[in-house]
Ligand binder design. Structure first.
Ligand SMILES: [Zn+2]
Length: 482
């Protein structure tokens, strides 16, 4: 029996607001001492009142728009009750029945790892809602420690429809979602810092069947790699069950053990009733009007897919366009050069090939890269003929190594292109005298023989002669001489 894989994702993305969701505590807990960015509100003390951070709403609305969701005019918060030591209030303030936004869509590209061929995919977004994060537990040998710095950090939970059909589609979607959230300015989505986490649901069904079978939910996947591996693993488990005629009859929840690359059964999945949801009595319903929507979404940056299309329209390859979209620092330099000289091929060669190459070669990061202004100065020097392309490479390498401006390097090294007629003519006369055979060939009609003379002139000028001018002067010398 041929089986089809059905995957849906729930994504939690930490929002990059200055303060937490319901209090004025610092929202950036990275590398802060445990329990130092807390207050009675985010510690869930009785008698405190949560107040919704306006920036959370603004950023969540921008993200909803970027995901092509409808932002609901009315939404409200609910209490999701459960006990866990990292949840000081004993409940999470989330949105259950009336989420902030619903019905979006994300388009993404999937590259086949074997053939490198790219196909386009689509995944519908069921809903986006906002809620607060819990703290963190650190387990030691015989005890556990609580750090509540993260408690109260705003999260966006984004739930997809079960539209994904392979682990590769799931990770490609997740990567595109990450780009969109970064472009919307709502999350750093730094995987290393755990700012984006996934729960993935997977089920199988006979190909052609339209109904959905009970799914397995894999909890807390913290990287694209873990997402792919866990889905691949769980798919094999399910395929085995189906082949033995023992397909799952109820939903289950499993956890992914990264080191062992396997899942373990956690518990039967809680139903909504287990959480005893009820409307949050301390926060009034949200009412998002047209004026708020317009103000918040005004001047939104292009979506990553739109940016990619624009770069491809300039003549860049898919891979080059993807690189620019994924690396804002490269993009900033490419855009600056493109605006200045309007030569996309030269801009992509300078930024994506040469600059990246030299940074890697010399063990430098993008943070050490020459500034956009310096890159523009270099591009102008090449484009205007002050230096040739090869000299440009040397200048760029020196810029990476010394941090000096290109014009300073060109001056110091005497790298300016030689285009002075008298100097060039002297080189040409010498080259003609030294290459009688090439001249004889040229006179027999073999024009390609001139290459040897131009080469000789370039060598004499240490690569600094203006090759085009040499070609012109040489032809003039030879034709006038005969
Ligand atoms: Zn607080």
């Amino acid at each position: 029996m041929e089986l089809e894989t059905i995957i849906g994702l729930e994504v939690h993305a930490q929002m990059n607001t200055k303060t937490k969701m319901f209090c004025a505590c610092d929202n950036n807990a990275w590398e802060k001492a445990p329990n130092t960015t807390v207050c009675p509100v985010c510690m869930g003390h009785p008698g405190t009142l949560p107040v919704v951070n306006r920036a959370v709403l603004e950023k969540a609305v921008r993200s909803s728009k970027a995901l092509k969701c409808t932002v609901n005019e009315r939404s409200h918060f609910d209490r999701k009750n459960y006990f866990y030591p990292d949840l000081p209030a004993g409940y999470q303030i989330s949105q259950y029945k009336f989420p902030l936004a619903s019905n979006g869509i994300v388009k993404f590209s999937v590259t086949d790892p074997k053939t490198n061929a790219t196909t386009q995919g689509e995944c519908r977004i069921l809903r986006l809602h906002i809620e607060n994060d819990a703290g963190k537990l650190m387990h030691r040998a015989n005890h556990s420690l609580c750090d509540y710095n993260r408690a109260g950090t705003p999260l966006m939970e984004i739930v997809t429809e079960p539209d994904l059909r392979s682990y590769k589609e799931a990770s490609s979607f997740a990567e595109e979602l990450r780009r969109i959230l970064i472009a919307a300015g709502s999350s750093e989505a730094d995987m290393y810092k755990g700012m984006m986490r996934f729960d993935a649901s997977i089920s199988l069904r006979p190909k052609g069947d339209t109904k959905l079978y009970p799914r397995v939910e894999i909890k807390n996947l913290n990287s694209f790699k873990a997402l792919e591996k866990a889905l691949q693993y769980q798919q094999k488990v399910l395929e085995k069950l189906w082949s033995e005629g023992k397909q799952p009859t109820g939903e289950t929840t499993v956890g992914w053990i990264d080191d062992e690359e396997r899942t373990v059964l956690l518990r039967d999945k809680e139903s909504a009733a287990d959480y005893r949801y009820f409307p949050e009595p301390d926060i009034p319903p949200l009412s998002i009007g047209a004026a708020f929507l317009a103000a918040v979404t005004q001047g939104m940056e292009q979506l990553p897919s739109e940016m990619r299309s624009a770069y491809i329209a300039l003549g860049l390859t898919e891979a080059e366009a993807a690189m620019l979209v994924d690396e804002p620092q490269l993009r900033e330099r490419f855009d600056a050069i493109q605006v200045a000289i309007q030569e996309p091929k030269r801009a992509s060669s300078l930024v994506l090939t040469q600059l990246r190459g030299f940074l890697t070669e010399h063990g430098k990061s993008l943070a050490d890269a020459p500034s956009p202004n310096q890159m523009v100065e270099l591009a102008r020097a090449i484009s205007s003929g002050t230096i040739n392309v090869n000299a440009g490479k040397d200048v760029l390498e020196k810029m990476v190594l010394t941090g000096k401006a290109p014009n300073v390097i060109i001056k110091e090294e005497g790298m300016g292109q030689v285009s002075d007629g008298t100097t060039l003519q002297k080189f040409i006369d010498e080259a003609i005298a030294a290459n009688p055979k090439a001249i004889a060939n040229f006179k027999e009609g073999k024009t390609a023989a001139l290459g040897a003379i131009v080469g000789a002139v370039m060598k004499m000028s240490k690569g600094q002669a203006d090759a085009k001018k040499v070609q012109e002067l040489l032809l003039k010398t030879l034709t006038e001489g005969t």
